[in-house]
Design a binder for this molecule. Sequence first.
Ligand code: PLP
Length: 381
Amino acid sequence: MAFVPSDRIKNVQKSATRRLYDAAPQGSINLGLGEPDFLTPEIVRGEAERVIREERLGYTPNAGLPALREKIAAYHSEGLKEAFGAASVCVTNGAEEALFAVMMALLNPGDEAALPDPGFSAYATIAEIAGAKVAPFAMPAAQGFQFDRASFANAITDKTRLALIVSPSNPTSRVIARDDLQFIAERLRGSEVYVIADEIYRELYFDERPASLSEFYDKTIIVSGLSKMMSMTGWRLGWAVANPEVIQYVTVMHQYISSCASAISQKAGLAAFTEEGRAATKAMRDELRHRRDVMAQAIERELGLPYVSGEGGFYIMLDVSQFGAAEEVAMRLLEERVITVPGDAFGAQGSGYLRLSFSIEPALIEEAIGRIARGLSKGQS
Ligand code: PLP
């Protein structure tokens, strides 16, 4: 008899990024990447080498090494009136596990989760696995994917248990302005709604460092990690930071998912919080700003299509609506050996757009935009 999966998993699809990637011919340039292409900075790699040779690497406490939790708490306390302590931190296997543990600890079947459209596709999938109903709020394409107060307010009902914001955003790289964060806090004050603030791209900004909702709203649960800011996606080191009462339950969930994050990654990850670690992040930020300019200029020169470029992260949203459905355009571009992600994968507002990642070498960005130009011109003939 064929295997019958559980109800909670049977409708979960392979992500569009994966599908495109699996269908790509050899020699493709990958503009679908969700990670920086830099080597993890030497200060972290060196420390990992040392701890492997010299230290015992047993389980750590479920919530993570106390020294690391303290560093993370101090890092997220900058600019806050009341500082976080170690008890406010649960270290997880990447930000993805933090999202999972938080949602599973917070949501009951029938609760509503207000999620951004477009937004990282894991949000809706995890909320649904937890049994919640997704209430998308539009970050309207017509407004350059900026936060829209009316859409957010309309998505909040008396059933809302969770709202989620991501700034800078995946897939749009847009940052939510400080006064919009204040609006969210005002709208929710006095309610039982918790807000996940996904800050995984926060250090990869181009002008001003984005503000955090935690400055304005005490029911904020910050989700972040070293994946993007230290180019450590494969090391699986993330965390959730919130009121200790919340973190206590998140830690129980995390304990039964994975016991603890990798001891090697936790010990080596401490180096990210040194001056040298911060300098490495700054160097990546500066390089990404340059790559964004390279991609934007190549789009203007080679394609002449509308596009949205944000204030951080490493994505540009390219408007290909005049060439048909984005998924078909993305499939066609595979013939030119370039991988992109159709915006629909992130929600209805993303339709007609391709998400292009500029986290690769500038020369490859130029080559890829040239291939897109060739692919699109064939489509028209
Ligand atoms: N949040 C956002 C917005 C992301 O784009 C990603 C990864 O692409 C994650 C969370 C997950 O990060 P991690 O690799 O730390 O699990």
